[in-house]
Design a protein around this ligand. Sequence first.
Ligand code: NAP
Length: 353
Amino acid sequence: MSKKLRVGILGATGSVGQRFIQLLENHPWFKVTAVAASERSAGKLYGEAVNWKMTTCLSHSVAQLKIKLAKPPLKCDFVFSGLDAVVAGEIEEEFAQAGYPVISNSKNHRFDPDVPLLIPDVNPDHITIIDYQRKQRGYTTGFIATSPNCSTIGLVMALKPLDDKFGVSKVIVTTMQAISGAGYPGLPSMDIIDNVIPYIGGEEEKVETEPLKLLAKLKRNRFELAKIKISAHCNRVHVLDGHLESVSVKLKNKTSLNRVVAAFKNYRSEPQKLKLPSAPEKPVIVKNEPDRPQTRMDRDTDKGMATTVGRIRPCPIFDYRFTVLSHNTIRGAAGGAILNAELLFNRGYLKLL
Ligand code: NAP
C-alpha cells in the first residue's frame, strides 16, 4: 500500500488509547496523525500529558503530537474511540456526522439497531448494516462500528465454532477479569491486592446480551438475535491483563468430545482468509495440558489476538465445559478494533478522506 490511512485516536491518553498507539506503531496500513482527549489534556504535547503505561517506548512522532479536544475536525481519515463511556455516545455521533468513520470500544452504540457490533472472526457479514446506517442517519462518508465488551469477545470467539456446528442453547460463564479492564488507575491497590471482587457494574448484563447480537442473523437490515440463554458471574481478580472464563454449554445437537475439540481447532474465518495484518493465524488455540490456559502464560498468544481454550470436558449438568482466555486490552479492546478497521478497509468502508 503506497499511502497509509491517517488515524485519529479519541481518548488517546487512556488505557485503551495507549494500547491503540502501541499497536499501531509500524502498522502496514494505518498511521496515527491525531490524538484527542478531555480538556484536562488538550493543548499539551502527547508525550507530556500521557501517563504512559505500555511496556514498549512511546514513539517520538506520537509524543510530539498536540492533543486536541475530542471534536471534529481532526487531521485523519478515520477515528478509533477509546473514550470514557460517559461522553463517548455524543462525541462519536458528532464525528460520524462530520464524515469520519468511527470504530469504537465504548458501550454506547453497541445496541443501536443500525450499528454493527463486530468481531471479524465471528460476524464479518454484519458490516453491511453500515450502508443502511448511512441512509437512516444521513451520514455520507462517516459511520459508527463498535467492538464488544472485553469479556464478551473471548466468550463469543469460543461459542461461535460450537454454534456453527452444533447450535448453542444455554451458557453459564464465570469470569475472572483483569484489573486493566477498569482503565487506569482502576481499583485502589488496597481493594484488589489479596482479593477477588465478585461484582463489576453492568458487566453481567453485557456478557448476557452482546453475544446474542454477535451471533445474530442479519436479514433485510434487521438483526435476528441468537436464541441463547446466558447466565454470567463476573469477578475482578488480582491480575494485570487477561480475562479467564469458565464456561459450560448446552448444545442443540448432541455430539462427541472429539468433535467439540475439532470444531475449536479447525475454526477459521474471514480475517484468516484475507490474511489481515492483525489476524491471529488461528482464532482459537486449544491447549491440551490439564492446567492451561493460564492468564500469565497464555494471554499474549499470537500477539494477544488469539483466544485460548483448554480443559475441554463433559459437563454433568450441561453438555460440555471448558476454560477460555483472551487478552482484554488487546483482543478485547484496541487490537480487536484495529482488526475491525482492517476488515472495513478491505471491504472499502475506509478510504483516504
Ligand atoms: P480510561 O483509561 O479511563 O481512559 C478514558 C479516556 O477518555 C482518556 O483518554 C480521557 O482523557 C478521555 N476522556 C474522559 N472524559 C473525556 C471528555 N469529557 N472528553 C474527551 N475525552 C474524555 O478508560 P479505558 O479503560 O481506556 O476505556 C475507554 C473506553 O473503552 C471505555 O468506554 C471502556 O468501557 C472501553 N473498554 C475498555 C476496555 C479495557 O480493557 N480497559 C476494554 C474494552 C472496552 P483524559 O486523560 O484527558 O482525561
